[in-house]
Design a protein around this ligand. Structure first.
Ligand SMILES: [Zn+2]
Length: 754
C-alpha cells in the first residue's frame, strides 16, 4: 500500500544514513586496526550452512562455512575441508573461497543422496586451515546434517497411508481435504476419485474422508458395508441415504452461512472453542436420532436450530461421522471471502481489494460482515479443521494411534512474518540494518533464531550490492507490483450455466507481472526471482485469477489478503480470514492453486495500535486459547524507522516467537508439506513409522498420542535408540512431541499398572 513521502522524512533519512555511515566507518576502522596491530587470536567459525544437526537439506545445496576473519585461501584444500558420506567415504567436491565475507564453499560435484546423513570435517592445528597471519583453528571441527527426501507428490495427491480421501472430479473441493490434512500434520493419506474406489481397496485403510458429491446406490452400499465391517468414515455433507444409516432424519431444509457450536464437554471437542463459530456454504438440516452430536447448528451466534453440524454413531463394528456441511468449502470460503461478492467494490474505496470480499456494510447492498467482527480474534476455520483432526484420532483410537507433524518448526506456536512495502523511497536498507542489529548473539538463521524480513520494492529502490548483501544475510527482496492503485482491467465471460459473469482480465494481469518481473530481474540480475509478493494497493479483482497468474510467474506465497480499511478494522486485532495458517488457495470451483495465502493481519495503515495488536495475537496464540498462527505484518519499508515494526519485534522476542521473512515461511511450508509418515505398522503395543522430511522441513516435530488402545506411551525410539520427548497438551489431547529427522520411529505403549 502507499505512504506519502514527506520532505521532513527525507531530511531525517539522510541524517540517519550519515550517522549509520559514521558508525560503520568507526567499526571498519577498528576492525582494520585490530587486524593489523592487535589480532593474534586463532580464527573461529562464525556460521555454517548447513549447520550441525540440520535436516531437510537440498541434495544440491553447497556447504558454506563463514569464518570470523580473513583466511589464507591456499590452506582450504580437499584435505582440510572434507565432506564424508554415511560410510565415511569422501564426497567429490570443488572448493572455493569468498574473501569479501570470509566464506569457504564446498560444492559436491554430483547431487547428494536423498535422506542421507553427511559429515563436514574441518582440520585444525598446524596442518589445518589458517588465517592470513598463519594462525590455525585451535582444533578439528566436525558436524553432520541430513538431506531431504525426494520430491513429494503433487499437492492434490498424498504419499499413501492409513487415511483415504475419496474425491470426485464433479466437485474439486473434495480434493481440498489433502491440503487440510497436510496443514493438520496428517501426511499419511492417499487420494482417490470415487470411480476407482472398490471394497477391496477400502480394506487397506483405517479412515475414509468422503468429499461432498452424489453417490449412486452401489457406492452408498459399498461405503456402508465397509463401515459395518469396522471402517471409520467421515462423510462431508453426504448423500442423504448415507446419513440416514446412522438415524439422521432429513428435515428437507438447508441452513446457509450460519454458526455452529462444538460440544467441548467431551472428546473429540474437548479443548476446542466454547463459543459459537461461523461456517460458510450450505448445511443440511437433520433431526438427530440417537447420534452423538459433536457440534450443533446455530442460525446466528446465539440461537440453536436443533440440528447437528457434526454427528457420530457406531454402525455395525465401525463408526460413521457426518458433517452436515462441507468442511472444505466452508474453510475455503471463510479464508478467501464471499464468492458472491467477487469483483465488486463494497467498501467504497477503489480499487477492488481482498477486504471487499468480507466487507458487509456496502452502501448499495448492506449485509452482515462475512466474518463476525465480534469473533475476529478466533481462527474460526482453523478450529473446524482441528475438530476434524481430533475426530480422526478419536475414531481411530480402537484401531491405532496416529502420528502428526506440528504446524511450525521447533514446536513454535506462533510466528511473525515480517514484511514491508517500499515504494521507491529506499527505506529498505535502513530497516533491514535496524532489524539485523536486533539479532540474538550467534543466532541460527536456519533455526529461525535471527530477525529476518521481506521488503517488496519497486525495482531500483536499493543498490545491487546492497541487495546481494542483504539476501546473503537471509533477508528477502521481492517485487511490489505497481498497479497505479486502479482496478485490474476486467472482462466478461459466460458461466457454465449460461449467465454472464465478470472477472479480472488474465492477459492484463499476466502482462503486468511479466513486465515488472523482467524489470526486477534486469535491475538485480544475480538475485533469485521473487517467490513471494504483495501488490501495491493490494489490488485484487476477483476470486481466484491473481494467485493463478502469480503461480505462472513462480510466486508461491501471497500476502495480498489485507486487514484494512481502518473504518472496518476499528482497532480489533484478529484473523479476518478465520485463520492463522498459511494454506493453499483454491479456485472458485474448489480446485487447489499451488500458492499459499499468508494473510496480512497487521498493517501500519489500518488504525491498529501497537504493541496492543501483536500482544493480543501472541497472547491468544501462546495462551490457553491455543489460537496458533503465522501473523503477517506490513510495516512499510519506505523509511528505515518504524515504531510498529519495533513493537512487533520486541513483543515477539520477549516471548521467544520467531520473526521470519515470507520466503522462510514458504520454504518451511513446502518442507513440512513434503514430509510424510510412511510404512506405518501397529501390533497392538508398538506403533512404527518412517519419517521422511521434505526439502525445507528442518526443525519438523512429530506428535504421537500419549494414550492408545494398547496402553500408555512408555518409550519413543529411532532406529532402536530411545530418544527424548516432551509432553504437550494440544486441543484437549495429550501428546508426546519430539524432533523428527528422517528415520524409523517406534512408539511403545504398555497397559497402565494398577
Ligand atoms: Zn504499496
Amino acid at each position: 500500500m502507499a505512504v506519502l513521502g514527506l520532505p521532513e522524512r527525507r531530511v531525517l533519512m539522510r541524517l540517519f544514513f550519515v550517522v549509520l555511515i559514521c558508525i560503520a566507518a568507526l567499526g571498519a576502522g577498528w576492525s582494520l586496526y585490530r587486524a593489523v596491530f592487535v589480532d593474534n587470536s586463532a580464527p573461529t567459525l562464525k556460521a555454517a550452512d548447513p549447520g550441525s544437526g540440520e535436516f531437510g537439506i537440498a541434495v544440491s545445496a553447497p556447504v558454506q562455512i563463514a569464518f570470523r576473519k580473513a583466511m589464507k585461501q591456499s590452506t582450504i584444500t580437499s584435505s582440510t575441508l572434507r565432506l564424508l558420506d554415511s560410510n565415511d567415504n569422501l564426497v567429490p567436491a570443488t572448493l572455493s573461497y569468498q574473501p569479501d565475507n570470509f566464506t569457504a564453499i564446498l560444492k559436491p560435484t554430483a547431487p547428494l543422496e536423498y535422506s542421507a546423513t553427511y559429515q563436514v570435517m574441518i582440520t585444525g592445528g598446524p596442518s589445518g586451515i589458517q588465517d592470513r597471519r598463519g594462525k590455525s583453528l585451535v582444533s578439528d571441527l566436525s558436524w553432520s546434517f541430513t538431506t531431504a527426501a525426494p520430491l513429494p507428490p503433487p499437492p492434490t495427491e498424498g504419499p499413501g497411508g492409513p487415511i483415504l480421501v475419496v474425491a470426485s472430479s464433479s466437485n474439486p473441493f473434495s480434493r481440498y481435504y489433502a491440503e487440510i490434512l497436510r496443514n493438520e500434520g496428517f501426511n499419511q493419506f492417499a487420494v482417490a476419485d470415487i470411480p476407482l474406489v472398490t471394497s477391496a481397496r477400502l480394506k487397506e485403510y483405517d479412515i475414509v474422508i468422503l468429499g461432498e458429491f452424489p453417490l449412486d446406490q452401489e457406492q452408498t452400499k459399498m461405503l456402508g458395508d465397509w463401515v459395518r465391517g469396522g471402517g471409520n468414515l467421515i462423510a462431508m455433507r453426504p448423500d442423504k441415504h448415507l446419513a440416514e444409516q446412522i438415524g439422521l432424519k432429513d428435515m428437507g431444509a438447508v441452513l446457509r452461512d450460519g454458526y455452529l457450536s462444538i460440544n467441548t464437554s467431551q472428546a473429540p471437542g474437548t479443548g476446542l472453542v466454547k463459543q459459537s463459530i461461523q461456517f460458510h456454504g450450505p448445511a443440511d438440516r437433520y433431526e438427530s436420532n440417537g447420534t452423538s452430536d459433536l457440534a450443533t447448528l446455530y442460525q446466528n451466534a446465539t440461537v440453536a436450530v436443533g440440528s447437528p453440524a457434526v454427528a457420530l454413531k457406531k454402525l455395525g463394528s465401525g463408526l460413521l461421522a457426518v458433517f452436515t456441511y462441507d468442511l472444505a468449502r466452508s474453510v475455503v470460503y471463510t479464508r478467501q471471502g464471499n464468492p458472491a461478492w467477487q469483483a465488486t467494490e463494497r467498501d467504497g474505496i477503489i480499487p477492488i481489494r481482498s477486504d471487499d470480499l468480507f466487507y458487509g456494510p456496502a452502501a448499495s447492498d448492506p449485509q452482515p460482515d462475512w466474518v463476525d467482527l465480534s469473533k475476529i480474534a478466533i481462527p474460526q476455520a482453523d478450529l473446524q479443521q482441528r475438530l476434524l483432526a481430533n475426530l480422526i484420532l478419536y475414531m481411530n483410537y480402537r484401531k491405532k494411534p496416529l502420528p502428526r507433524f506440528w504446524y511450525f518448526p521447533h514446536g513454535f506456536k506462533a510466528v511473525v512474518i515480517m514484511t514491508g512495502d517500499d515504494h521507491g523511497h529506499g527505506g529498505t536498507l535502513g530497516r533491514f540494518l535496524l532489524l539485523w542489529a536486533k539479532d540474538a548473539p550467534d543466532c541460527s538463521l536456519a533455526n529461525w533464531q535471527c530477525v529476518r524480513a521481506t521488503s517488496n520494492i519497486y525495482p531500483g529502490t536499493i543498490r545491487v550490492s546492497q541487495a546481494v548483501e542483504l539476501t546473503n544475510g537471509g533477508f528477502e527482496i521481492g517485487l511490489h507490483l505497481y498497479t497505479r492503485c486502479l482496478d485490474w482491467p476486467s472482462e466478461t465471460f459466460r458461466e457454465p450455466n449460461g449467465t454472464l459473469g465478470r472477472r479480472l482480465s488474465w492477459q492484463a494481469a499476466d502482462s503486468l507481472y511479466s513486465r515488472q518481473l523482467a524489470e526486477f530481474r534486469a535491475a538485480y540480475p544475480a538475485h533469485p526471482s521473487p517467490q513471494t509478493s504483495r501488490v501495491d494497493c493490494v489490488t485484487r479483482g476477483d476470486y481466484d485469477t491473481q494467485p493463478q497468474v502469480e503461480l505462472r510467474h513462480g510466486i508461491r506465497l501471497d500476502t495480498n489478503y489485507y486487514y484494512w480499511p481502518p473504518k472496518w478494522v476499528s482497532n480489533l486485532p484478529g484473523m479476518f480470514t478465520g485463520s492463522g495458517m498459511p494454506m493453499r488457495f483454491a479456485k472458485l470451483d474448489g480446485s487447489l492453486i499451488d500458492v499459499y495465502q499468508a494473510t496480512t493481519q497487521m498493517t501500519d495503515e489500518s488504525g491498529l495500535t501497537y504493541p496492543f495488536t501483536i500482544d493480543s495475537l501472541l497472547s491468544n496464540a501462546l495462551g490457553p486459547e491455543e489460537y496458533y498462527g503465522a501473523f503477517t505484518a506490513n510495516m512499510h519499508t519506505d523509511r528505515p524507522e518504524s515504531p510498529g515494526a519495533d513493537a512487533i519485534v520486541a513483543a515477539a522476542q520477549a516471548r521467544g516467537v520467531p520473526i521470519v521473512s515470507a520466503r522462510q515461511m514458504l520454504t518451511w511450508l513446502d518442507g513440512r508439506n513434503g514430509s510424510s509418515f510412511q510404512r506405518l505398522t501397529w501390533d497392538g503395543q508398538n506403533l512404527e513409522f518412517t519419517v521422511s522430511v521434505g526439502q525445507g522441513g528442518n526443525g519438523i516435530r512429530t506428535l504421537v498420542p500419549i494414550k492408545s488402545a494398547g496402553g500408555v506411551l512408555r518409550e519413543i525410539a529411532v532406529d532402536d535408540n530411545p530418544i527424548n520427548y516432551i509432553k504437550r497438551w494440544f486441543t484437549g489431547m495429550e501428546y508426546a512431541e519430539f524432533s523428527s529427522p528422517p528415520g524409523r520411529y517406534r512408539a511403545s505403549y504398555a497397559p497402565q499398572k494398577r
